[in-house]
Design a protein around this ligand. Structure first.
Ligand SMILES: Nc1ncnc2c1ncn2[C@@H]1O[C@H](COP(=O)(O)OP(=O)(O)O)[C@@H](O)[C@H]1O
Ligand SMILES: [Mg+2]
Length: 239
């Protein structure tokens, strides 16, 4: 579904690379995580893969489309949730979704239904400019699902959200995954990567250090922790 070979990206085109010689492939139906610290190059990679940033060097194919010349057909098939929400402040939540809906040539989901999914139906008529950061993030997330994308890009989908909302977002991602969506997810949180991803690529300073399943990574590098369960016996003595 995604093939990346020898990808480089330099913002200033000055020989310094935010992403350097990155190669990986994502199979259909797979949830692939990009895990790494802040500034590692995760959002830059997503930017190139979604056509937000121009492909400078390397070969990138997304949903069968060569990213040297991404076409409209590709945008109908993908969904993108950005780290920084980019909804229109002057439009209400519902108007935001109604507006974006018109940009697609394919069937789209009902905006009100989507707002319900992300818990924003009660503020559907409120301007996005009045939303908290978490609410805007949820609206951006909802927007990325409008066209029921078969390939879904999620940049830090739960970062900065309170735990209850983060948990709801994770459940939505898991459901779409079960329905067969292919997902590219970036995060600096290893627990999120572990919970949601089939395979994880570690990226540091623009370079992929290794790619494996969360389970294999934990077996190889995980801390050896011994869990001790305390049990309270009748009479108050502990064992
Ligand atoms: N618009 C930009 N202009 C110049 N440099 C940028 C820009 N966006 C990101 N960078 C730089 O590129 C590197 C990778 O950033 P980014 O892809 O956002 O990392 P991550 O998403 O892993 O936190 C960082 O050194 C960052 O400062
Ligand atoms: Mg980022």
């Amino acid at each position: 579904m995604v093939e990346v070979e020898g990808l480089y990206h330099s913002y200033a085109r000055d020989g310094r690379y935010a992403v350097e010689d990155v190669s990986f492939a994502i199979a259909k139906g797979e949830t692939f995580g990009f895990l790494g610290p802040s500034g590692a190059g995760k959002s830059t990679t997503q930017g190139v893969l979604t056509g937000l940033l121009q492909l400078q060097k390397g070969a990138v194919t997304v949903a069968g489309h060569d990213m040297r010349k991404p076409g409209r057909a590709m945008f109908n098939r993908i969904g993108v949730s950005f780290e920084q929400s980019n909804v229109y402040d002057k439009l209400t939540a519902l108007e935001n979704l109604e507006f974006y809906r018109k940009l697609f040539d394919v069937e789209t989901l009902d905006p009100m239904e989507l707002l319900r999914t992300v818990g924003l139906d009660h503020v559907a008529k409120k301007k996005a400019g009045e939303f908290s950061k978490g609410m805007k993030h949820r609206l951006t997330f909802a927007r990325s699902m409008l066209n029921r994308p078969e390939l879904w890009f999620l940049d830090e989908p739960t970062t900065g959200l309170d735990p209850a909302i983060a948990s709801e977002i994770k459940d939505i991602v898991k459901k779409r995954k079960e329905e067969g969506a292919t997902i590219f997810l970036t995060t600096h949180n290893m627990y999120i990567a572990d919970e949601l991803c089939d395979r994880v690529a570690f990226i540091i300073d623009g370079k992929i250090k290794l790619v494996d399943s969360p389970r294999a990574l934990k077996l190889r590098y995980g801390e050896k922790l011994v869990r001790i369960d305390a049990r309270t016996e009748v009479g108050g003595t502990r064992s």
